[in-house]
Design a protein around this ligand. Structure first.
Ligand code: IMP
Length: 441
């Protein structure tokens, strides 16, 4: 049974939640491997809308087991809130949710450090979600972090907490002039969390290995996206984890030799939240129109997303870095009313045309987009059941994107509902999950 990685190919918010939700009935397990509650995966089921921050979207399918891997940083308060809200809506967590013992905890001083550091950066600020994700990964890399397993050992937890609070309080007081924290308050709060979470904390790498041995199929759910990856994104305007396909292995403990394919999720245009270079960014009323039509507001922070045209340089880069086998293209309907649709096919930089994504921050910042323009289709795409139902100009747009990024599409999404999805002819998905055909028709 195939083990497939799902990643975002742009700057996040591509609609990974919807794609994972569509594929979840065809797999046994969905595993999250990176990020924390900075993510916001929106899934619409009938009239119900679910926004999941830490729990994989597979949880909405009875019988689908969900893993929060070691590559994830977990804010236990936020996770418990999410768990309670799912339980209230009838979702069963017991026997379906498993949290890695090695996942690091987001502690109350992490959001405080996140916000204080952003304030100090001034115009170089990253525009983080303020959830403390960056500082939690700092502690992980500094070997000072506190992990899920530590929650289950009060003595060790206290010891690690005392060391951390002493250090962080100094930092907060002396560098940032910010409020400090009390060991006892955090200890009491986190021991209450431990009581809640203990039944779910386990060796998830071992579980995944056994499940795969038994023929289970695992979907690895990425958070954020390629251009926000700590190594391959637009550093330093990135998140702090390995959001690209390689992270699926390190972030769960499943070796790369047991992964069978990578599915990228791209929007038919591009958005970005927070600061940093964005070569194909639109300006003015056009950006506002796309933002309104695409409801482009952050699922976690509510911030308006920056909007831009599809960037084929980014698409091709994501294909290379992730080894994409196929791409699910989302939100095609948002472009339905455009008179013309542009695609960024190169960057102008000091007299040259660049056709590969530059790794140098300064080059990306100065790069001017070079566009190809196609006529808009000006007809609704929502409700199309297959590619042949799409307006001819929309089909040509899709073909051109596939050609530019060099990867075939498997799904085209034209709305938030599960039903508003087209399965592409010869979709590479069918090789992995033949039953997808009957569930989507
Ligand atoms: P952090 O992950 O909160 O540290 O934020 C770092 C950067 O990643 C900021 O530009 C955020 O806006 C961006 N970011 C983090 N999570 C998401 C997400 O789920 N979607 C889109 N952007 C995100």
């Amino acid at each position: 049974m195939p083990n497939i990685v799902v990643v975002g190919t742009q700057w996040g918010d591509e609609g990974k939640g919807k794609v994972v939700d569509l594929l979840a009935p065809h797999v046994n397990v969905v595993a999250r491997f990176a990020g924390g509650n900075n993510a916001g995966h929106t899934v619409v089921v009938g009239r119900e809308k679910y926004v999941l921050h830490t729990i994989p979207s597979g949880i909405l399918h009875p019988g689908c087991r969900c893993v929060i891997g070691c590559g994830v940083v977990v804010d236990p308060g936020s996770l418990i809130e999410e768990m309670e809200s799912l339980v209230q809506r009838g979702v069963t967590l017991d026997g379906n949710l498993f949290i890695s013992k090695n996942a690091h905890l987001i502690m109350p001083y992490h959001p405080a450090l996140d916000r204080a550091s952003e304030a100090k950066l001034g115009k170089r600020r990253i525009g983080t979600t303020g959830k403390g994700v960056g500082p939690a990964y700092v502690d992980k890399a500094a070997r000072a972090g506190i992990r899920m397993a530590d929650l289950l050992n009060e003595r060790l937890f206290r010891e690690k907490l005392e060391l951390n609070v002493a250090q962080k309080n100094r930092l907060l007081r002396e560098i940032y002039d910010a409020q400090t924290f009390s060991v006892e308050e955090i200890l009491n709060q986190y021991l209450r969390y431990a009581g809640w979470l203990a039944p779910y904390i386990t060796d998830t790498a071992l579980l995944l290995s056994r499940w795969i041995d038994n023929g289970y199929s695992v979907l690895f759910e990425g958070a954020q996206a390629t251009m926000l990856d700590i190594d391959h994104g637009t550093y330093p305007y990135i998140t702090s984890s390995s959001t690209t396909a390689g992270g699926a292995a390190t972030g769960t403990g499943v070796p790369p030799t047991r992964l069978h394919g990578v599915l990228g999720v791209s929007k038919a245009y591009t958005t970005r939240v927070g600061a940093g270079p964005f070569p194909s960014e639109m300006a003015g009323p056009l950006a506002e129109a796309i933002r309104a039509r695409g409801h482009e507001y952050g699922a976690t922070t509510g911030r308006p997303r920056r909007c831009g045209w599809f960037d084929a340089i980014v698409g091709r880069y994501a294909a290379r870095i992730n080894g994409l086998d196929t791409v699910a293209l989302t939100k095609l309907d948002v472009l339905d009313q455009c008179e013309t649709v542009k695609v960024c096919v190169g960057y102008r930089y000091r007299g040259d045309i660049l056709t590969e994504f530059p790794e140098d921050e300064n080059v990306v910042t100065e790069a001017e987009p070079f566009y190809e323009e196609v006529e808009g289709w000006r007809a609704p795409t929502g409700g199309a059941k297959n590619e042949a139902d799409l307006p001819a100009k929309a089909r040509r747009y899709l073909e051109r994107l596939e050609e530019l990024i060099g990867v075939p599409f498997c799904l085209i999404s034209t709305g938030a509902q599960r039903e508003e999805t087209i399965l592409c002819e010869n979709s590479p998905l069918l090789r992995w999950f033949p039953s997808v055909r009957s569930s989507l028709l």
